[in-house]
Ligand binder design. Structure first.
Ligand code: UDP
Ligand code: MG
Length: 319
């Protein structure tokens, strides 16, 4: 008889005491509906300061399918995803937020897509976000425009981290060991045959989003710098364009002076031009700085996270 498949559900968790039990109840029901597979639920506690870890430990003592990894501090969602993937034992892995914004009901369809329909992974993308304010919706739209032009349209707008992946895809994902991780960019980079499923993202089951404007901004900078080097090229192109404009101006001024003997006047316009150009120069110096700082972090090769606690009968060594 064929051995049952094991699906590892990786759940990055940061200060989610209000939703963990609701999430567990839901995923438990789904797992009962999908009796033909086994499950493990890997909660990666990303340095929560609330009661999340105790709730997860309690679940672990009641249900041995519940595993956990607890970080020594908050290292961010990307590190949590990586840690969960690394310790997963399943031949299929899925990543799910524990606020139930990633509907677990889709797991069955995703599993069918990978096992019956010949896809390597089944992925979810959002058509709309019920929980976003008008401002976050607007910023998200702008972000997808910038991101798709920088990544060469590789990343599908609305892509979420939620997807079910076969072993081949998981191994490819883990083979990319960069420190500056942006998993959605890595998904696009890998390619493979993906089944796309559209959803309208619901409100959180409870609790608040962990991403404020400042965190989202630095996440976007990380995403761009880890996916694309186009901003660096852009600085070279813009530099070239300004050289060309300057050259045309020089010719015009020389010709004007020779033919009409026009004295060059207007220091205010000169000051504006100098300030504008200094601004552009500093802006691109900043972009170079961002890439340099990422390079600096990559070279140091520090671990992405430190594990403070994990379940007793850990089967696969993490570090
Ligand atoms: N999360 C995490 N570390 C962080 C921030 C968030 O592990 O530093 C987890 C969080 O607990 C949740 C998921 O990542 O399970 C998505 O976070 P959230 O729902 O706050 O983001 P949003 O859906 O608003 O983009
Ligand atoms: Mg959420």
């Amino acid at each position: 008889m064929k051995k049952k498949d094991l699906i590892s559900v990786v759940i990055p968790t940061y200060n989610e005491e209000e939703v963990i039990n609701i999430f567990y109840d839901k995923i438990n029901i789904i797992s009962k509906d999908m009796k033909f597979v086994n499950f493990e639920f890997i909660f990666v506690d990303d340095g929560s300061t609330d009661n999340s870890l105790n709730i997860i430990k309690k679940l672990n003592s009641l249900d041995k399918r519940v595993r956990f990894i607890s970080f020594s501090r908050n290292f961010g969602k990307e590190a949590a995803i990586y840690a969960g993937l690394k310790s997963s034992l399943g031949n299929f892995v899925t990543i799910m937020d524990c606020d139930l914004q990633d509907p677990p009901e889709l797991l069955n369809d995703m599993y069918n897509a990978v096992t019956e329909e010949g896809f390597d992974a089944a992925a979810i993308y959002s058509l709309s976000h019920k929980d976003y304010s008008f401002f976050r919706n607007l910023l998200t739209k702008i972000w997808y425009k910038i991101n798709s032009s920088l990544s060469g349209n590789l990343e599908k707008p609305g892509t979420r981290d939620y997807r079910l992946m076969s072993k081949k895809v998981i191994d490819s994902l883990l083979s990319m060991q960069e420190v500056n991780r942006y998993t959605r960019g890595l998904y696009s980079y890998m390619g493979y045959n993906i089944k796309w499923i559209a959803i309208n993202t619901d409100d959180r089951a409870a609790g608040k989003s962990k991403f404020n404007l400042r965190k989202l901004f630095s996440y976007s900078i990380d995403a761009i710098s880890s996916t694309s080097t186009k901003p660096l090229l852009l600085s070279a192109y813009i530099g070239l364009l300004f050289c060309l404009i300057a050259f045309i101006f020089i010719i015009i001024i020389i010709v004007k002076t020779i033919i009409w003997g026009d004295p060059v006047s207007g220091w205010p316009s000169l000051v504006c031009i100098i300030i504008f150009l200094s601004g552009i120069q500093l802006f691109f110096l900043g972009i170079i700085g961002i890439y340099l700082s990422k390079l600096y972090l990559e070279i140091k090769k520090r671990p992405l996270y430190f594990i403070n606690d994990t379940e007793k009968d850990k089967k696969k060594g993490d570090k």
